[in-house]
Design a protein around this ligand. Structure first.
Ligand code: HSE
Length: 429
């Protein structure tokens, strides 16, 4: 057996400690699968004194991640610090320049600087692997770069933020408003330090941008992802959508169209009996469609110590096996700069309107929708919501986002709405 592959780990939070535990627990198994021993030589984290529930005594402690990244006795720098810039980026660049390969779980960094890092790594003959960056324990990066290498990917979509999926499913099951469940999620420790990364759709948007690059052979372009979070999803809409046979999910969709690359992360309705509709709690799901394979669905834990560390380990073993792939599945220099396109693919839409209960109100709504070129598929009026208003749900036939925008702007001018109209896209999944 050849010499051990020596690991330097920076960041000993949930994921870092998970990696240490797997290396310790599966010494022999990992050696057999890798064809060589794996040995942690150096570690680094912010607080040395923190109780970490793992024996770290045999590893050299470095106060500065840079020392781990550039150490002579480190072959693979495992960056688990996080953050889209600063020490995470600096230490990865230093590691690459010092001749190390890199494993990271850092989706924000790859979404913002993935192209530059890939070019640097490939110019130096190094690899960067990042299975844990997207959908935690789900092996979607390897599936797309390796298992689906023979496919022209036509669409990739997914629920890739477990916290948002927990909030949305808990709102439905407990009948609680968004604010109450957000607070629960905070107390359970599910939210990122900056919760807008989760509920604002940014974390999931980072993941979608990374998948798009692999799927379409394009430069990762997070700035082109249309992002809307879950803050405006109300318990009313969750209940009404359920009445119509749908669930609301924070869904990312990327597809290449004749006008360019559409990437959007937004709350959407999906059929309640579809795999995405059935997804509950903090679980993630990624759906990939290829011209040869058809549709495949990957489901699993999107976060947590074991699942995320499992993904990190898969990258370490890949490097130990001397499998050396371009960062985004094809040489970084050949990735194209996609033309970003605003969503224009037609879809059915859900609309919830609170109408004054008086003669002619519905006719005025129908006129606006007709003027917008929107055809109604289904309409449901509920009993009295209050003395003066009634909720009306509309499901449209397939229409364009532009037509919906026109209607949403024009509807309040009818004078028959008592509150702002709500619209949500119904995604065909
Ligand atoms: N905040 C993320 C989530 C963690 O809720 O899915 C994994 O990226």
């Amino acid at each position: 057996m050849s010499s051990p592959l020596r690991l330097g780990i920076a960041g000993l939070g949930t994921v870092g400690i998970g990696v240490v535990k797997i290396v310790q627990k599966h010494v022999d198994l990992l050696a057999r699968r890798s064809g060589r021993d794996l040995a942690i030589t150096a570690i680094s984290a912010r607080d040395r004194m923190k109780n970490r529930d793992a024996d770290l005594s045999s590893y050299r402690w470095e106060a500065d991640p840079m020392a781990v990244a550039t150490a002579d006795d480190v072959d693979v720098y495992v960056e688990l610090i996080g953050g889209d810039d600063g020490i995470a980026r600096d230490s990865i660049e230093a590691a690459l320049r010092a001749g190390k390969d890199v494993v990271t779980a850092n989706k924000a960094l790859l979404a913002m600087h993935g192209q530059a890092l890939a070019e640097l790594a490939e110019s130096l003959g190094r690899v960067i692997r990042f299975e844990a960056a997207v959908a935690g324990g789900i092996p979607v990066i390897k599936t797309m770069t390796e298992s689906l290498a023979g496919n022209d990917v036509t669409r990739v979509m997914g629920v890739m933020n477990g916290t948002c999926n927990y909030i949305l499913t808990r709102m439905e099951s407990a009948g609680l408003p968004y604010e109450a469940v957000f607070e629960e999620a905070r107390q359970l420790g599910y939210l990122e330090a900056d919760p807008t990364l989760d509920v604002g759709g940014i974390d999931a948007g980072h993941k979608l941008a990374i998948l798009s690059a692999i799927a379409f052979g394009t430069r990762v372009d997070f700035g082109a992802v249309e992002i809307e979070g879950i803050e405006r999803v109300s318990i009313d809409d969750i209940r009404r959508a359920a009445d119509l046979g749908y669930r609301i999910k924070l869904l990312g969709v990327a597809q290449m169209t004749a006008r360019g690359l559409e990437q959007r992360m937004s709350p959407c309705l999906v059929p309640a009996d579809s795999p995405l509709g059935q997804l509950s709690g903090g679980t993630n799901m990624v759906v990939v469609e290829g011209d040869s394979v058809g549709q495949i669905v990957l489901r699993g834990a999107g976060a947590g110590e074991g699942p995320t560390a499992s993904a990190v380990m898969s990258d370490i073993v890949e490097i130990a096996r001397e499998v050396r792939l371009p960062v985004f599945g094809q040489p970084a220099a050949q990735l194209t700069l996609a033309q970003p396109a605003r969503t224009a693919v037609p879809a059915a839409y859900y609309m919830r309107l609170e109408l004054q209960d008086k003669p002619g109100a519905l006719a005025k709504v129908a006129t606006v929708l007709g003027d917008a070129g929107i055809s109604i598929d289904r309409m449901r009026q509920y009993g009295h919501h209050s003395d003066s208003s009634v909720p009306v749900l509309v499901v449209t036939h397939k229409t364009t986002p532009d037509a919906i925008d026109y209607a949403i702007e024009a509807l309040p001018r009818t004078g028959v709405l008592v509150s702002a109209p709500v619209e949500l896209r119904i995604e065909e999944v």
